[in-house]
Design a protein around this ligand. Structure first.
Ligand code: AGP
Length: 615
């Protein structure tokens, strides 16, 4: 998720674009850049680092002139964060520049064709391919910039919000969107473009939100001319009057980043499997696995190291890997693993899971494993982070920046990546039946819409939160693939509401915890129809017979648990290995609403940091 900003008008573009980029840094902040046109010169300034670093470089270069400008703050997906990979990108002729938020999935074949036609590339990005594709169309078809963009975009597969400028057509900006947001601010003799309205809300409250598959030519002479990317058919733009403030815009209209990120999960999961999951072809493409598949086929053991929520994702991965890839898996707290002198063999594979890619204990565990000859595979959310660079290979989650300290979309996108890895390896090993493999691939594509359905339970969950917000303790129970979800749900409640909570395998109740049960003890039980359902129902009966309060997370249409439990929250049916992607959502929302009702600082809970870079 990156931030794009643009200005075309009569004022100096530089201060407007820079201030706008700072407003969008919550969308990505590993590198930044700006292109300015002053009527003669088109100048690009860009750098690794934050917008403040860009300002310093622009000051040194003394490049701030121009009344047309486009700027970008990056969250890397292709190509590590560095000066060359940051946006804007020139075309080969340096007549065109582009900024882009999104992923062009078929950039590699497009790049091969352009290289064959003599185009040269400075960066590793998909974006530089797109701007040269546009230039190639412009040269060969001899059409306008607007038409060139339209033709080029029809050759791409993926998601984008782009702004393109040609220094020879100096009074127009071309923008387009598919799968990534793009807003146009309509001012007096000036126009703004941005990923959301925060960069221009102080200048105008009149905004046009392009729909997916739409593009626009923006010029001082003609204003905003909107059309369909597919066929160029004109679209009547709808100018709406914005009635929201800056803070609400940054949080996407949500009260907290955590809630915004909970609701981003359908999009984040889609972005994470985009370009990797080709269900109709029965193919999973993951370069980090494909290039090292022999190591995974010959591995005697997989050791997963992580902390916190990432460790819970690792536990889910243990069940998935052993179920399908039939490779023994051990899941270790990185902080314990690094100090206990573990036995590590050369044919071990260590998978390190980390949202931030900076967790000190996880990094230390990786270094120990590398010293002892293991192959290290990183699953991170931050491109170019320390752990991703320290790993021999890896696969990124494409969750976008996770601002809330409590991890939510990181957890579900980690499970998505790990499930794809396990299925990719199982297919190669022949350890999974073809029919089951294809069934799982197609079901994975249904998960985002099923997460959407769970999110529709928000009001029900808020009512449950109201009933239990004053509890002193809470128990979370789950079995099989959902035992780690019980742990994760307990962690969510602990870390943002400060209520003590514990997660257990449901069958463990009789080995002690059941002594805790009384009418003051709410027990969240994950009781989906898959996997030992009857045994979980018995656990619920044990709790009810001791006057415990039960909140059941059940499969849609469940009647049995509904008759036993005090509250039920329904999730759609899915295949058992994917149930954690759905059952974790109610637990995220439950902890969120309880914390809000208790007046806690949901996004920055006490004593916690988003990334624990110290021991
Ligand atoms: C979870 O909500 C916490 N934010 C914390 O447990 C976190 O998962 C842990 O610190 C690991 O962070 P990482 O994924 O960035 O390595």
């Amino acid at each position: 998720m990156c931030g794009i900003v643009g200005y075309i008008g009569l004022k100096d573009a530089y201060p407007i674009v820079i201030k706008g980029l700072k407003r969008l840094e919550y969308r990505g902040y590993d590198s930044a850049g700006i292109a300015l046109f002053d009527g003669n010169n088109l100048e690009v300034t860009k750098t690794k680092g934050k917008v403040a670093d860009l300002e310093r470089v622009a000051l040194e270069k003394n490049s701030k002139k121009g009344s047309i400008g486009i700027g970008h703050t990056r969250w890397a997906t292709h190509g590590v964060p560095n000066d060359v990979n940051s946006h804007p990108h020139y075309s080969n002729s340096e007549n065109l520049v582009i900024i882009h938020n999104g992923i062009i999935e078929n950039y590699e074949p497009l790049k091969k064709e352009l290289v064959a036609r003599g185009y040269e590339f400075k960066s590793d990005t998909d974006t530089e391919v797109l701007i040269n594709l546009i230039e190639d169309v412009q040269i060969n078809e001899k059409v306008s910039l607007e038409k060139s963009v339209q033709i080029a975009l029809n050759q791409t597969i993926g998601a984008y919000a782009i702004a393109v400028f040609d220094k020879r057509q100096e009074d127009e900006l071309i923008v387009a969107r598919l799968g990534s947001p793009l807003a146009i601010g309509v001012g007096e003799n000036e126009f703004f473009i941005a990923s959301d309205a925060s960069p221009f809300i102080e200048y105008t409250s009149d905004a046009i939100y392009l729909e997916d598959g739409e593009m626009a030519k923006i010029s001082l002479n003609e204003g905003v001319v909107v059309s369909k990317i597919k066929d160029g058919v004109a679209v009547d733009p709808y100018i709406q009057k914005l009635k929201i403030n800056l803070e609400q815009i940054e949080k996407g209209g949500f009260d907290h980043f955590m809630l915004k990120e909970i609701y981003e999960q359908p999009h984040a999961i889609t972005d994470t499997y985009r370009g990797r999951l080709l269900a109709n072809e029965g193919v999973i493409k993951m370069a980090g696995i494909d290039d090292n598949i022999d190591k995974f086929l010959n591995a005697k053991r997989i050791i997963i190291v992580a902390c916190g929520t990432s460790w819970h994702a690792g536990l889910v991965a243990e069940y998935i890997f052993e179920e399908f890839s039939r490779i023994p898996v051990e899941v270790e707290y990185a902080s314990e693993f690094r100090y206990r002198n573990p036995i590590i063999n050369k044919d071990d594979i260590l998978i390190a899971i980390s949202q931030s890619g900076e967790t000190a204990d996880t990094m230390a565990a990786i270094k120990l494993a590398k010293q002892r000859g293991a192959f290290v595979f990183g699953v991170c959310n931050v491109v170019g982070s320390s752990i991703s660079r320290e790993s021999h290979a890896g696969a990124y989650t494409h969750a976008g920046p996770e601002i809330g300290v409590a991890s939510t979309k990181a957890f579900t996108t980690q499970i998505t990546v790990l499930a794809l890895m396990a299925l990719r390896i199982a297919k190669q090993k022949g350890s999974i039946a073809n029919s089951q493999y294809h069934y799982l691939l197609h079901e994975m594509e249904q998960i985002p819409s099923k997460v959407e359905k769970v999110l529709e339970q928000n009001d029900t969950i808020e009512k449950v939160a109201e009933a239990y917000k004053d509890s002193d303790n809470c128990l979370y129970l789950g079995r099989g693939f959902n035992f780690p979800v019980a742990l994760e749900g307990a962690l969510k409640l602990k870390e943002i509401s400060y209520i003590h909570a514990e997660g257990y395998p449901a069958a463990e109740m009789k080995h002690g915890p059941i002594a805790l049960i009384d009418e003051q003890m709410p027990v969240v039980v994950i009781a989906t129809k898959k996997g030992h359902y009857e045994k979980v129902v018995s656990n619920i009966q044990e709790i009810k017979s001791r006057k415990g309060k039960v909140i059941g997370v059940v499969t849609e249409g469940d009647i049995t648990v509904k008759e036993l439990a005090d509250h039920v929250i329904e999730v759609p049916e899915t295949l058992e290995p994917f149930t954690p992607l759905l059952t974790t959502i109610p637990l995220q929302l439950l902890s969120y609403h309880i914390a809000v009702k208790l007046g806690k600082n949901v996004d920055q809970p006490r004593n916690l940091a988003k990334s624990v870079t110290v021991e």
